[in-house]
Design a binder for this molecule. Structure first.
Ligand SMILES: Cc1ncc(COP(=O)(O)O)c(C=O)c1O
Length: 388
């Protein structure tokens, strides 16, 4: 079946964070939002049908994820990523960020160091600060148009109280899909320094042509023994409002410690709809996903051409993965405050400001490409005019 991603769907009035809460988050109304990472596209038909069947049953008592759900995840990981996982390695959880917070509690003590690689998805830092751990920054390097990990600085930043590294793979917001070689070097350092890797792979399926996602835990048996993978179908299939994720750890001790922490706050009970949606997506959604990836790729090419012509001072960082494009506006010579004043205040376009993502984000903006091309065009037109 061919999906239509061109026709805008009005999401206002659905309690959408993106479309209904501009006033609450920014104080402004009537914004065109291309910020938070969800898609303005409808889910695939099989997901909607599976949800309808479940809703029509009408009884929504306490639920656990069925075994068929775990099998669908196992099959997807093998088929899509060549990663063999076992049922016993998986712990179901409501969301990746809740699991990240639990993992910090499970594997570290207050005051312990946790490494992040900014600019990076801002809840990483928040989770470290909120749990009274210490943020250790290993900033990414930008050489020309390409971000890389600074592994020498990483080695220098580790001390005897550094316990964890939160890896964003693929990386939000710089859109890198880390190569096997890069990940191997990183895992090697973590192995030698006894650092546990919390590998957030929520964007694992959103990969552009020419790139391949490597699950960190698939690198080697040694790497798997220090890796806790946080994953979900919610980004891939636009199911974030249903909340559903998995923690995967082949190491028994890491799993045990995570489970014990999870038990303390009782998040084991499942949402009655989310596993239904995830299972249907993994079993039947591949063609939908391929079409979304094509469409996002088209939006990216549109944006590159548009900005190339209309905003020569803007530099687009190549999109290897995710549907979030990272734009370097530093050459315009405007402060972050001025950029915000013009883009949000004047153009009424709601993007994610670079500084939100921490060190190295100054002068950048993140744009969500998972929207109809006409929405993107409208946003770019207004933004370029406000910056001109
Ligand atoms: C890297 C990354 N991790 C996690 C999340 C959110 O995960 P969840 O909604 O399952 O808490 C996002 C959403 O944008 C993300 O980009």
């Amino acid at each position: 079946m061919r999906y239509d991603f061109d026709t805008p769907i009005d999401r206002r009035g659905t309690a959408s964070i993106k479309w209904d809460y501009g006033k609450r988050f920014t104080g402004l109304e009537e914004l065109l939002p291309l910020w938070v990472a969800d898609m303005d596209f409808p889910a695939c038909t099989e997901v909607i049908e599976a949800l309808k069947r479940r809703v029509e049953h009408g009884v929504f008592g306490y639920t656990l994820e069925p075994e068929s759900y775990f099998q669908a995840v196992i099959d997807w990981m093998r088929h899509r990523h060549g990663w063999e996982i076992r049922r016993g390695w998986m712990v179901a959880a409501p969301g990746v960020i809740p699991s990240l917070n639990l993992a910090l509690l499970a594997y570290s003590q207050p005051g312990d160091g946790v490494i992040i690689q900014p600019p990076v998805y801002y809840p990483f830092k928040e989770s470290i600060v909120n749990n009274e751990r210490r943020v250790v920054e290993n900033p990414l390097r930008l050489d020309g148009n390409r971000y890389t990990m600074d592994l020498d600085q990483l080695k220098d930043s580790i001390d005897e109280r550094t316990r964890l590294l939160i890896l964003c793979s693929p990386h939000n917001p710089v859109a890198r899909v880390w190569s096997r070689q890069e990940l191997e070097k990183l895992a090697d350092i973590c192995l030698r320094q006894k650092i546990i890797i919390l590998s957030d792979e929520i964007h694992h399926d959103l990969i552009m042509p020419g790139h391949r996602h490597t699950p960190t835990a698939s690198l080697s048996g040694e790497a798997a023994a220090i890796t806790v993978t946080l994953t979900s179908a919610t980004k891939t299939f636009n199911l974030a409002g249903l909340g559903c994720s998995l923690v995967i750890a082949s190491d028994r001790d890491l799993r045990k410690r995570f489970r014990a922490t999870q038990k303390r706050i009782c998040t084991e009970v499942a949402n009655a709809l989310s596993a239904v949606a995830t299972e249907a997506a993994y079993r039947h959604g591949e063609s939908w996903l391929e079409q979304v990836l094509d469409y996002v790729r088209g939006n990216y090419e549109f944006l590159v051409a548009f900005l190339g012509e209309r905003l020569p001072g803007g530099r687009v960082i190549p999109l290897e993965g995710t549907y979030l494009v990272w734009i370097d506006l530093r050459a315009l010579g405007l402060s972050d405050e001025e950029l915000k004043k013009r883009i949000l205040g004047r153009a009424k376009v709601w993007l994610d400001d670079g500084p939100m993502f921490g060190s190295g984000g100054e002068g950048f903006q993140r744009i969500n490409l998972a929207c109809p091309r006409s929405t993107l065009e409208q946003a770019l037109e207004a933004t370029v005019r406000a910056l001109g």
